[in-house]
Design a protein around this ligand. Structure first.
Ligand SMILES: Cc1cc2nc3c(=O)[nH]c(=O)nc-3n(C[C@H](O)[C@H](O)[C@H](O)COP(=O)(O)OP(=O)(O)OC[C@H]3O[C@@H](n4cnc5c(N)ncnc54)[C@H](O)[C@@H]3O)c2cc1C
Ligand SMILES: NC(=O)c1ccc[n+]([C@@H]2O[C@H](COP(=O)([O-])OP(=O)(O)OC[C@H]3O[C@@H](n4cnc5c(N)ncnc54)[C@H](O)[C@@H]3O)[C@@H](O)[C@H]2O)c1
Length: 491
């Protein structure tokens, strides 16, 4: 949809470059109660990666797989899925790649939208290449916010690029399910994609990753449990490996989400060959900063934009330049980008109107939550044990087998899962929590609350979980800790 903005207007108080959900939040929070005017400059769909090619379509594909899995493990039930219907629902979830409702929201919030590709052209100035080939120069009275996001990193492996592999955009918008898939990567995108590809009928799915364990940024038991379950579902794992060469003589561009040509021969670095109908690259992200005019303000292109806790870009004088979302590299998650955006928007309003104290995004990052929607789910908040130790915390840990709860037994009799808390002995508060298992996604917010709220364990004892729910793990963890401490003191 084309937004109607006076074509002769050149100045706003705030310009947001990149109109993902975070950019929308930054514009909203800067303008809402301050009277500041704001404009979003967007080259593609308003709403960004999350709405159309990442979080929303991936979760739309994963949910039916999870429901079938849950039903198949509950005696008395059975379930099946219709792939065409699942893909059709995914298309509805991404609104058939139409951003009209997002543009309508922006207009109703008093935020202007300019369609085109923007680049910095000096301080507080954005030059936009418009779809009709002309350019338009916009200036900001107060601030420019960069929310240009990230794109898939494609490693420099011989033959990989010319094989036209699928990236996250193809695998989330897939129109057909390849029979044999070779995935490069062992992180969140790779594990989630393997789950839905296999769940939707791919016969052979192989994950090739260079780490010791899948999901290597989490507590070690996470990768072990997810690997076990993926393997039981027939996914082949190739840890400590990479692709040495990809040969696909008949690669051709058939469109996003369609199989990009003929068979691919994927040779691994140990010489084994995998035959695949599609190759998926899920090997991390690259920030979109290589072509946004950073050189015009003396900043280097290509890297993440380092920011302070007001989301102000380091190295740009006078607090006019902010960065939010993936591009600042703090946490590549939609909800954290939106948190950074709310902070940046309020900081801009406070600075423009001399309103006093500046909000900071430090506190929320200490509890950074994430849910990985594999089967089983993985949920975490705050630090892992290793991260806490590395930051100098005197750490105490406690773990609990989630299958021992009445709540999880009722979910499924063969429940498998684990929970772990990382505790700061000095303050007797939780600084990190990790859960793996079915139905743990909604537990994560309780952990985030405990961490960000620095709730002492002595108070957590009075936060009584309902019976029989998975939340009872909180009580069991405290009881296990109590036993541990008793044993420690009696030694
Ligand atoms: C497959 C997948 C699944 C994911 N699932 C989840 C999940 O479940 N939960 C979660 O929290 N996170 C998830 N993520 C991560 C999440 O998608 C990203 O963290 C989030 O989308 C980043 O948002 P952003 O604001 O940085 O920008 P993006 O969403 O990357 O959007 C940037 C926008 O800027 C525009 N743009 C870029 N350059 C310019 C320019 N020069 N001029 C004008 N416009 C420009 C782009 O067109 C785009 O619209 C997932 C990621 C992937 C790949
Ligand atoms: N549910 C969610 O919250 C969700 C879902 C998807 C993505 N995301 C976010 O998107 C971001 C990107 O995810 P991702 O999985 O692409 O990246 P990642 O950085 O999490 O994982 C990259 C993986 O690729 C492997 N790898 C990289 N280069 C390789 C090579 N040459 N050979 C073999 N293996 C290689 C790494 O070892 C790692 O396992 C993450 O930060 C994640 O937080 C979040």
């Amino acid at each position: 949809m084309t937004a109607t903005v006076n074509p002769d207007r050149t100045q706003w108080d705030v310009i947001v470059l990149g109109g993902a959900a975070a950019g929308e939040n930054a514009a909203q929070y800067a303008s809402q109660f301050s009277g500041l005017s704001s404009v979003l400059v967007e080259s593609d769909l308003l709403g960004g990666e999350c709405s159309y090619w990442a979080c929303m379509p991936s979760k739309a594909l994963l949910r039916p797989v999870e429901v079938v899995d849950a039903a198949c493990h509950l005696p008395g039930l059975s379930a099946g899925l219709d792939v065409d219907d699942v893909l059709a629902r995914r298309d509805r979830v991404v609104r058939h790649l139409n951003d009209t409702s997002q543009v309508n929201w922006a207009v109703s919030a008093g935020i202007d939208v300019v369609r085109g590709y923007g680049r910095l052209a000096g301080e507080r100035t954005i030059r936009v290449s418009l779809p009709n080939g002309s350019t338009r120069t916009l200036t900001a009275r107060h601030a420019v916010v960069i929310d240009t996001g990230s794109c898939p990193a494609v490693p420099d492996i011989p033959g990989l690029r010319s094989a036209l592999p699928w990236t996250s955009r193809d695998v989330t918008t897939m129109r057909e399910v390849p029979r044999r898939v070779a995935i490069l990567g062992g992180g969140v995108v790779a594990c989630e994609a393997a789950t839905w590809l296999r769940g939707l009928g791919a016969a052979e799915v192989t994950l090739v990753h260079r780490g010791e364990q899948l999901l290597g940024r989490y507590e070690p038991f996470v990768g072990a449990l997810v690997s076990e379950e993926l393997q039981e579902r027939g996914v082949q794992l190739r840890p400590r490996r990479t692709m040495a060469e990809v040969r696909r003589p008949d690669a051709h561009g058939t469109g996003r989400g369609c199989i990009h040509g003929g068979e691919a021969d994927v040779t691994l670095d140990d010489g084994t060959v995998i035959l695949a109908d599609e190759v998926v690259v899920a090997a991390g992200r690259t920030p979109n900063t290589d072509d946004i005019g950073l050189d015009t303000i003396g900043l280097a292109a290509g890297g993440y934009l380092a920011v302070d806790d007001h989301q102000c870009v380091r190295g740009a004088a006078d607090n006019w330049l902010y960065a939010i979302g993936d591009v600042c590299g703090r946490a590549l998650l939609t909800h954290m980008g939106k948190y950074q955006a709310r902070t940046a928007g309020e900081v801009i309003a406070v600075r423009a109107r001399n309103l006093g104290d500046l909000p900071s995004a430090a506190t929320g990052h200490a509890g950074t939550p994430q849910v990985v929607f594999t089967t089983p789910e993985v949920g975490s908040a705050g630090a892992t044990e290793q991260q806490a130790r590395d930051s100098g915390i005197d750490v105490e840990v406690v773990e609990y087998d989630l299958s021992a709860l009445a709540g999880t037994y009722l979910l499924r009799p063969d429940y498998r899962g684990r929970a772990k808390l990382v505790i700061d002995r000095a303050t007797d508060t939780v600084v990190g929590a990790t859960f793996v298992g079915a139905g743990i996604a909604e537990l994560v917010h309780s952990a985030t609350t405990a961490i960000v709220g620095r709730i002492p364990l002595s108070t957590l004892w009075h936060v009584v979980p309902s019976y029989p729910t998975v939340s009872e793990v909180w009580l069991r963890l405290l009881e296990t800790l109590r036993l541990q401490r008793h044993a420690e003191h009696s030694r």
